[in-house]
Unconditional design. Structure first.
Length: 290
């Protein structure tokens, strides 16, 4: 096996295994899977609206072939046993097509590569259909570039609130919430957080639950037409084309020491804010002030 599968990957990216075997053909085992395989259900919106449980990743692979994924956090956890320490990796992954569908998954395992694939499969089973629109009073363009109204989610001590923003603002949210909103097809949003947001997992889950709450809102068809609110895809993805077999981007966790500057750059040694040198004369104005 490659090093990306055996142990922790280098920070930045995780490469796919070069000699990985081809995946086995998908055989549906549930009622929804059989309907999708028989082409009775041809879109993800119909699959979610059918009311049948989504329990097979192959359904999402067939209905959303251009699904992107990104690793939000790779954390090593350990527990002490009688025979010694046991290490595992906890991986959090977000998936989405950039056009109204997004999902979040988390898995644990002894190897990074299989754990990432397991987290991706779990994220596919949590795909939701997000509402989009132009809910900002400063914009009024009518395009589905932001949220139609306020969305709020919570996980642990972290509370996340997303508000509609005018076009051109971008994603004014934290680094963890940006890929979640971008994979959902949202390009402009204001973000407000409370709690211990350095916990990457809680932050990501709170942001995802805000979109889940937004997806659960029922908007009458007349109001949706008047306010130009769109549920699900519009046919245009904001994400670039997916590269098959390429390296998978990894954001990594917010571990200790992140954000600290390099050693020796602090005040006190000839830099700004350091002690004044005693070698030169001290200047004075020489005149009385009135």
């Amino acid at each position: 096996m490659s090093a990306a599968v055996q142990g922790p990957a280098p920070p930045g990216r995780v490469a796919a295994a070069p000699g990985a075997p081809a995946p086995a053909p998908w055989v549906p085992k549930t009622e929804l899977g059989r309907r999708v395989a028989a082409s009775e259900i041809t879109t993800m919106s119909e699959a979610l609206a059918s009311g049948l449980p989504l329990r097979e990743p192959g359904i999402v692979d067939k209905l959303l072939p251009n699904l992107h994924d990104e690793v939000l956090d790779v954390n090593m956890v350990q527990r002490m046993t009688d025979s010694g320490r046991r290490f595992k990796f906890a991986v959090t992954v977000v998936v989405g097509n950039g056009d109204g569908f997004v999902g979040l998954g988390r898995a644990k395992g002894r190897e990074v590569g299989p754990t990432i694939r397991r987290a991706i499969d779990r994220a596919k089973l949590e795909v939701v259909e997000v509402l989009r629109g132009c809910g900002s009073w400063e914009c009024g363009c009518g395009r589905p570039h932001t949220l139609p109204f306020l969305a709020r989610g919570r996980s642990g001590s972290v509370v996340v609130a997303f508000k509609p923003a005018p076009q051109g603002v971008g994603l004014a949210v934290g680094d963890v919430a940006k890929p979640i909103l971008r994979f959902a097809g949202i390009t402009d949003a204001w973000g407000f957080t409370e709690g211990h947001t350095k916990t990457t997992v809680n932050y990501a889950q709170a942001a995802y639950r805000a979109l889940v709450e937004l997806a659960g809102v029922k908007v009458p068809a007349e109001d949706a037409r008047r306010l130009k609110i769109v549920r699900g895809p519009v046919g245009v993805s904001i994400l670039p084309p997916k590269e098959e077999g390429g390296a998978r981007p990894v954001r990594g966790g917010r571990g200790r020491g992140r954000g600290r500057g390099p050693p020796g750059r602090g005040p006190g040694r000839g830099g700004p804010g350091g002690p004044r040198s005693s070698g030169g004369p001290r200047s004075s104005s020489g005149g009385a002030r009135r």
